[in-house]
Design a protein around this ligand. Structure first.
Ligand code: HEM
Length: 166
């Protein structure tokens, strides 16, 4: 009798644990990275398209050049954050490239200084969207886009080009 009730209690605990695990998986779910919005106005200079080599020229090593960094393929002029991003500053490793993975993971490890965000957990992807919107879009001017997002946003780029050139 004592054995049976022991087994029943164990089973109940297991069921409870299973419910908790299922519930947290449901809550966590998948996270769909937000699509980019293109908010250029008529008369704005046409956005520049950067290759990896081109953006690398703006890594803060030349004080006469602005400092550029890309997140989610959007290139920002982060020159006013020179204390973060200038030569020798804490986050200098992030600039002159698209460091989306590092920004998402809050990592400055060389292997994370890339635009490749494959395999990241939903909460890390959400963090990337939050920093993209809350820091970069809020603080720094957009100066262009990385060439590798051209395919995905081809139609939007065509509309954008027509709009700024009207
Ligand atoms: C001990 C670890 C860290 C501390 C104490 C720290 C602290 C801070 C603080 C206080 C700020 C806000 C500064 C301000 O707005 O005036 C900041 C901003 C920031 N941190 Fe960190 N941080 C750490 C590590 C990292 C790492 C590993 C990354 C890697 C990506 C990172 C990326 C950033 C970025 C991108 C900003 C925004 C800079 C901007 O406004 O342009 N941080 N950090």
């Amino acid at each position: 009798m004592a054995l049976r009730s022991h087994a029943t209690i164990n089973m109940k605990i297991c069921l409870k644990l299973l419910t908790v695990v299922c519930f947290s998986v449901l809550i966590k779910g998948e996270y769909q990275l937000k699509d980019l919005e293109f908010n250029f106005k008529q008369g704005d200079p046409p956005p520049r398209i950067f290759t990896a080599e081109q953006i690398a020229e703006y890594d803060g090593s030349d004080p006469k050049k602005p400092i550029y960094m890309a997140v989610k393929g959007v290139v920002f002029d982060v020159s006013k954050g020179i204390n973060f991003y200038g030569k020798g500053a804490s986050y200098n490793a992030l600039v002159g490239k698209d460091s989306s993975r590092g920004v998402a993971k809050m990592s400055l490890e060389p292997e994370d200084l890339t635009h490749d965000i494959s395999g990241l957990e939903p909460d890390v992807l959400k963090a990337l969207d939050d920093v993209f919107q809350g820091t970069y879009m809020a603080k720094y001017p957009v100066v262009g886009y990385m060439d590798y997002i051209l395919d995905k946003y081809h139609d939007k780029f065509v509309q954008l080009k027509e709009k700024v050139e009207l």
